[in-house]
Structure formats: C-alpha cells, structure tokens
Design a protein around this ligand. Structure first.
Ligand SMILES: Cc1cc2nc3c(=O)[nH]c(=O)nc-3n(C[C@H](O)[C@H](O)[C@H](O)COP(=O)(O)O)c2cc1C
Length: 190
C-alpha cells in the first residue's frame, strides 16, 4: 500500500492515444462514492468525461502546474483522456463537510486508478463557470475540483524537502516533488 501511495503522484503528461472507457469511469465513481463522509451526509456529486470531443473542450479550462512558469501545460498528444468533475450539492445538510469529503473521495479515485496504471492530477485552478456550462450543470451544484486521468508518460520523482517545497523539472523533463521528512511533520510520538 505504501508503494501505491508513493506512486500516486500528480501526473500532467499522458499518452493521449490510450483512451479510458465508460466502465473504467464508473469504477472510479464506485471508489469515490464509497469514501468516508462526515455524518455520512454524502454531499458530493460527479460528472465523468471520457469522450474525445468533450475532453478537448474541458482541457482549455484547466490550469496546469502554476509553479512551472515556462510550461504551458501538456502538448496535444500528452493531454488527459478523461476527467471527473467533483461537485458539492448546495442542498446537502449543514453537517456535511464537502471539502474534506472531496479530498478523501478524490484520493480513493486516484489510488484506484494508479493501481491500474492510470495516472491522475487533481485540479482546483480551473474556469468553473465555463466548465459548468460545458457539462450542463446548474447553480444547485458547486464545482469543487476536476480530476484528470490518463496513462502517464512522465517520470515523477519524490525527493527530500530541504526547505523549498516548490516542485521542479530537470532538462530531461523529469518532474521532482520535494516532500518533508517524517521528523519534519511529526510534532510528537508518545
Ligand atoms: C486540492 C488540490 C488542488 C490542486 N490543484 C492543481 C491545479 O490546479 N493544477 C495543477 O497542475 N496541479 C494541482 N494540484 C496538484 C499539486 O500541485 C500536487 O499535488 C503537488 O505539486 C504535489 O505533487 P504530488 O501530488 O505528486 O505529491 C492540486 C492538488 C491538490 C491536492
């Protein structure tokens, strides 16, 4: 399991010729809907997209790797082949905690996908109004995140964080992600 967690990185370059089908998308939604939920209120709703045409329309509404200033996002042949839009139902009961719930449900999807060799990237920086219009979702539902999926074609490497948390790439395009060490994040161990 720890190995799967280590491999479940944010991937931003995919093999666009390897598509994902409706069955896989419904498996992702199973992984999402079975997640823990505050008060079991289950306030989240989803839209899946794996059709080529709609994927092409969603892509320009997403913002990739804000820290990589000289990179405009994946080339056409490396774009995601599927998306899951994660919504909060504004009519959910007050005890619901959609933001926390969505983190858990997205991680369930990402772990499930990675176990099948499919990479993912959670995206919060996106054009919500435009995406709602494309997906035909009205005001009752609040778009929280979009998760992108596809078979990765990039090498993502975990490194030890020595102060700067910014991810970076080397000249060969390897993507490095600095993570704090256990002793940096552990306030106590009694
Ligand atoms: C809530 C959330 C929102 C994110 N939004 C974006 C985004 O808008 N664009 C993007 O390229 N990456 C986004 N990411 C991916 C992070 O940049 C990524 O998790 C971070 O660089 C660490 O890399 P790792 O996921 O491989 O550990 C997001 C991640 C999370 C958890």
């Amino acid at each position: 399991m720890l190995d799967l967690i280590k491999r479940t990185r944010s991937y931003r370059r995919f093999d666009n010729s390897r598509k994902l089908d409706v069955k896989f998308m419904s498996e992702l939604i199973d992984a999402a809907r079975l997640a823990q939920s505050a008060a079991n209120a289950q306030p989240l709703r989803y839209v899946t997209v794996c059709g080529e045409e709609m994927c092409a329309k969603i892509y320009p509404e997403l913002r990739w790797a804000g820290r990589l200033k000289d990179w405009d996002g994946p080339a056409e042949s490396e774009r995601p082949v599927a998306y899951v839009a994660v919504y909060a139902d504004t009519q959910a009961p007050a005890v619901a905690n959609p933001v926390v719930d969505s983190g858990i449900s997205m991680q369930n999807m990402c772990l499930y996908a990675m176990e099948k060799g499919v990479g993912s990237c959670m995206i919060g920086n996106c054009m919500k109004k435009e995406i709602n219009a494309l997906l035909g979702i009205g005001e009752r539902y609040n778009l929280l995140w979009v998760v992108a999926f596809g078979y990765p074609v990039e090498n993502v490497v975990l490194t030890e964080c020595t102060g700067d948390v910014a991810y970076y790439r080397d000249a060969e395009g390897n993507h490095f992600v600095p993570k704090y060490k256990s002793e940096d994040v552990l306030l106590g161990s009694l």
